[in-house]
Design a protein around this ligand. Sequence first.
Ligand code: FAD
Length: 330
Amino acid sequence: MSGVLAIAELRRGEDEQLAVRPGTYELIAAGRELAEQGAGPLAVAVIGPAADVPVDSVALDGVSEVIAVPSPEDRYEAHVWQAAAEALIEQRAPAVVLAGHTIDSLGFAAAVAARGRHGFASDVTAVAWTEHGAVAQRSAYGERLVAELDFPGKQTVVLLLRPGANAPAGGRHARANGGSPIATWLELDLAGRSRTERVELREAPIGEVDIAKADFLLSIGRGVGAADQVARMERLADALGATLAVSGPLVEAGWASRARKVGQSGRTVAPRVYLALGISGAAQHLGGMSRSQTIIAVNSDPRARIFDVAHYGAVADLFEVADELERQLG
Ligand code: FAD
């Protein structure tokens, strides 16, 4: 068993074109490192309708092969992806299979690992190749503990990488380098595998605001303490030229709309400035904002996890900071 197989994730955009989801480039970056550490060459599998598979988008430096797997389904379908992944593992015998810790991969990867008796870990924050094979890191106890997992006796290990935990791969596309296309088309018998009946696809409404497009987010968490503070913080955001965003609990409490929620079950954002007031920095929140260019955190608890990703931090009462900002803005 040798090599790394990354399974790309695709989505149809508003223009109905299939595009590679950004998390795939994080898989490629992690796979490239594993390859450099001795795990063997990196292949990227792209499963999708034959006419549309965007093979060039993942043919980056460091990718030895793109395996295009035509699917009878127009969009992601868990059982088809499961069958494709099982066939790929059987044919290519990779030492490591990388997929995202996402709603798509959670739909098939655990089943693939269980049926094949492979090693498996979800929500992996880092992975390395050692003389004993793959070693994966996961967090436990509310991120206070980092566990290192190895997989003794497993020929293949399936790992789901937490989105946002790895910097996405850059590099030029192989064709832009003047290289020949490196896609291999792999015809698998996937017809009839789907067990899903698609009734209707309803995109989640963007709502009154698209926080993913904002350049400057003022993001508030449970630290604001009361619903009436949300309106005050929105006024402060307006005065700063920022857009208001929130952490999960404010949406659950009905204090803010879902459109403003940042995180794993909210929006993924990467603004120029992310000013976080009273947000602890739970993994589910960090997964949606840790790629922001400049993160400024205000929290009264010096041990808050948000300070691990913040470029600038103040251990302070958020209301004192808000008062001072309002005073300075007149
Ligand atoms: P808390 O963790 O309660 O933190 C409040 C912070 O405010 C504390 O650090 C405290 O020190 C600070 N504070 C209090 N008073 C003040 C003050 N006066 N001045 C300064 N600081 C103060 N969460 C998300 O945000 N987005 C998601 O998409 C998301 N998805 C989830 C999906 C799942 C499946 C699950 C299980 C959870 C999800 N969560 C999500 C919830 C997540 O686990 C956390 O509970 C949440 O992010 C915590 O929000 P918070 O930081 O606002 O609140």
